[in-house]
Design a protein around this ligand. Structure first.
Ligand SMILES: NC(=O)c1ccc[n+]([C@@H]2O[C@H](COP(=O)([O-])OP(=O)(O)OC[C@H]3O[C@@H](n4cnc5c(N)ncnc54)[C@H](O)[C@@H]3O)[C@@H](O)[C@H]2O)c1
Length: 260
């Protein structure tokens, strides 16, 4: 029997992480690598993905990471990324659906969102999550073990104005998490969502003004800005063997901004 309280060893685990070329995904990739997992970076921006892979190789050694350039909303790209991961490492234990159209979005009233932009956000943020889960599920089923972690957002709970496409896409992620958890639980696969609050990374976001930054702090119980490390800690827990009885959940990691 495993000692569940200590079951956070990721040696022999393989984590496929989407959108890990920058921001939160980059911290996930480096953090899971440090915890002993092999990493597949599935990313649209190949140059950034390769830079993160170089950082991981420098710290954790050659052969610990691969880059699979892919648009997560393209079925053929996703299938190729999963195949490349299996060729390199032979298994996929953890899939983190982190890629999204997010930091490039302009905030504006929903009537002003161009329909093409609406469709792009749905395509990447919703289709992408489904396609990656769909490609990883059969692999995880075979080993009767899997952890799917979908990155949603606290904006769903808050009903944050001025990016309705983004809010709609992240609400879909919560619904998909619950339904996937029911479909995959019998095969030892858990599916959970993380709902970050406003998380500050190396990527500057023009849309967050200094006034908004102070408003964000005022809404939190814990009075400091959220970092990607706060999310990494939660993701490591959800991916661990010790979390095998936690599924279908939407876990807010936001300093106590929202209570579900
Ligand atoms: N930073 C925050 O405040 C915050 C808050 C709540 C939720 N989130 C969510 O956390 C996740 C990461 O956020 P972030 O701040 O690091 O975002 P980000 O915009 O900085 O990074 C997103 C990454 O996804 C990649 N990507 C975009 N489209 C892709 C596609 N079609 N295929 C493959 N890769 C693609 C980008 O190249 C980029 O590397 C996102 O799902 C975001 O919605 C972020």
């Amino acid at each position: 029997m495993t000692d569940k309280a200590n079951a956070t060893d990721f040696a022999n685990r393989v984590a496929l992480i989407t959108g890990a070329g920058q921001g939160i995904g980059r911290v996930f990739a480096k953090g899971f690598a440090r915890a002993g997992a092999k990493i597949a970076i599935v990313e649209l921006n190949e140059a950034k993905a390769r830079a993160v892979a170089a950082e991981i190789e420098q710290e954790c050694g050659k052969g610990t990471v691969i880059v699979a350039p892919a648009d997560v909303a393209e079925p053929a790209d996703v299938d190729a990324a999963v195949a490349a991961t299996l060729t390199a490492f032979g298994r996929i234990d953890i899939a983190i659906n982190n890629a999204a159209i997010f930091s490039t979005l302009k905030m504006r009233p929903f009537e002003d969102i161009p329909f093409e932009e609406w469709r792009d956000v749905m395509r990447v943020n919703v289709d992408g999550v489904m396609l990656v889960a769909k490609a990883c599920a059969p692999v995880m089923r075979k080993s009767r073990h899997g952890r799917i972690i979908n990155i949603s957002s606290g904006v769903v709970t808050l009903g944050r104005p001025h990016y309705l496409h983004y809010v709609a896409s992240k609400a879909a992620v919560v619904g998909m998490t619950r339904a996937m958890a029911r479909e995959l639980g019998a095969d030892g696969i858990t599916v959970n969502a993380l709902l970050p609050g406003a998380t500050f990374t190396e990527i500057e976001r023009e849309t967050v003004t200094p006034e908004q930054k102070s408003q964000i702090l005022a809404m939190q119980c814990i009075k400091r800005h959220e970092t990607a490390d706060d999310l990494l800690a939660a993701a490591l827990y959800l991916a661990s063997d010790g979390a095998e009885f936690v599924t279908g959940q939407s876990i807010a990691v936001d300093g106590g901004t929202t209570f579900r």
